[in-house]
Design a protein around this ligand. Structure first.
Ligand code: ATP
Ligand code: MG
Length: 404
């Protein structure tokens, strides 16, 4: 999926059995004095994700991490899980050899024998500056060897096959593909947020975006049982499994919302209902944030997408909040959000039919331009603090694990 376009898969070279995986990061490398903390978070995240895929060790070396694979480690499973590790810009499965050009040549001889013709390039990176040869020397010498052996043409720009050579300490690491990761910052490196997760398309994408920025998430979902079904809760759990990397877990608050909705419907003007639902959701999410030590809430709102997401309504919703409300999708088109949902693997779950607590008892003419004063007045017949207390008291809390 994330493989470089037109690049061969390592599986086309049956003799290639990686002993290690090199992990590359981009943004963490720019972190100056704080870099070590980010690197530790990444290490911990990688170790958690790869647990159970074979006994492994993860070392740090020269601005990258090196995962050591046990003979029994499942290479495919490791690659699949690493593709979802936030903070990883890319990774390269590699074979470790002595840092010796003769040894590299004879390894390539055996590896490439019988492989189908293609243009190629050698891409050497030298972390060990004390070696008696440069990366250009390596490119030239190994390039000439492969050319002589196979007759393949060298192509520097967009070759069919790039043979990656990394020289680190006393070792050389050879890889055949650089696989993209999600990039961003490692899980847990930037703080805790509460993500409001409906069963729809947008909120899982919003949650993904903040997780990719290194946040760790507490999820909250409001349901209207018995008017909404158990299946809609299972859908939310499945969305979380797809958002979280393997080996990571998050708490999910399932909050019964029907009581609050009924009181809003009975006592407040119908056109303001949806915006009032949102204000109570946000207040309850903030109460959860305070309990969990989270510093912001996250929603999937996007400007003008529906009646409750006009600037006026978003502003009126925010007036009920104390903490920052993060809206990562605010400026994105729906088509873009759908593409993202497909890419991160939540789309097919989000479009499964489900009962949404807000479409249930939707007013026919929702207000598009409410004001905070109007909403404050509309809430007069309700006891706001005790509504929020009840929502929290009735919440069921569970833990959901990242999927594989
Ligand atoms: P989504 O696709 O995420 O459902 P939407 O475009 O349908 O979003 P709304 O239904 O107006 O928009 O919801 C706006 C945001 O409010 C959602 O993105 C989500 O963050 C939050 N939200 C809505 N309903 C719920 C719910 N039942 N539980 C938790 N959060 C919700
Ligand atoms: Mg929705």
């Amino acid at each position: 999926m994330n493989r470089e376009k037109n690049k061969p898969h390592a599986a086309e070279f049956p003799g290639f059995r990686p002993t290690h995986i090199l992990l590359h990061y981009d943004e963490i490398a720019l972190k100056g004095k704080n870099r070590i903390g980010f690197e530790k978070c990444l290490s911990a995240s990688v170790k958690r994700a790869l647990r159970g895929a074979g006994p492994l060790a993860v070392h740090r070396a020269y601005g990258r991490h090196i995962v050591e694979l046990d003979e029994s480690a499942d290479r495919e499973v490791c690659s699949r899980r690493l593709r979802r590790i936030f903070g990883l810009a890319a990774f390269t499965p590699v074979v470790r050899l002595p840092c010796d050009l003769d040894a590299l040549e004879s390894y390539l001889d055996s590896l490439l024998e019988g492989a189908s013709p293609r243009s190629f390039a050698i891409a050497c990176r030298r972390a060990n500056k004390s070696l008696p040869f440069t990366s250009v020397d390596v490119n030239r010498r190994l390039g000439a060897r492969v050319e002589a052996l196979t007759g393949w043409p060298v192509r520097i720009g967009r070759p069919d096959l790039t043979i990656h050579v990394h020289l680190i300490d006393e070792h050389a690491y050879i890889g055949l593909e650089r696989i993209q990761g999600p990039g961003g910052l490692p899980a847990g490196s930037t703080g805790r947020v509460v993500c409001l997760l409906s069963g729809g398309i947008d909120s899982p994408v919003a949650a993904h975006h903040v997780l990719r920025r290194g946040a760790s998430a507490i999820f909250v979902h409001f349901h209207s049982a018995p008017h909404t079904s158990e299946a809609s809760l299972e859908k939310v759990r499945e969305l979380i499994r797809r958002i979280l990397p393997h080996g990571h877990r998050a708490r999910l608050y399932l909050v019964p919302f029907a009581g609050t909705q009924h009181r809003i419907i009975a006592r407040c003007p119908a056109p303001l209902r949806v915006v009032l639902y949102r204000r109570f959701m946000l207040r309850a999410a903030e109460a959860i944030a305070r309990r969990e030590g989270a510093l912001a809430t996250v929603t999937g709102e996007s400007l003008g997408q529906v009646a409750s997401q006009t600037l006026e309504n978003l502003g009126a919703i925010d007036r009920a909040a104390q903490l920052p409300v993060l809206r990562p999708l605010i400026g994105l088109h729906k088509a873009h959000i759908v593409d993202e949902a497909r890419r991160i693997g939540t789309f097919d779950i989000s479009i499964e039919p489900h009962d949404d607590c807000c479409s249930y008892l939707m007013p026919s003419q929702p207000a598009t331009r409410s004001t905070p004063e109007q909403l404050d007045a509309a809430e007069q017949p309700l006891d706001v603090a005790s509504e929020v207390e009840t929502l929290l008291a009735e919440a069921a809390v569970e833990t959901v694990d990242g999927g594989d």
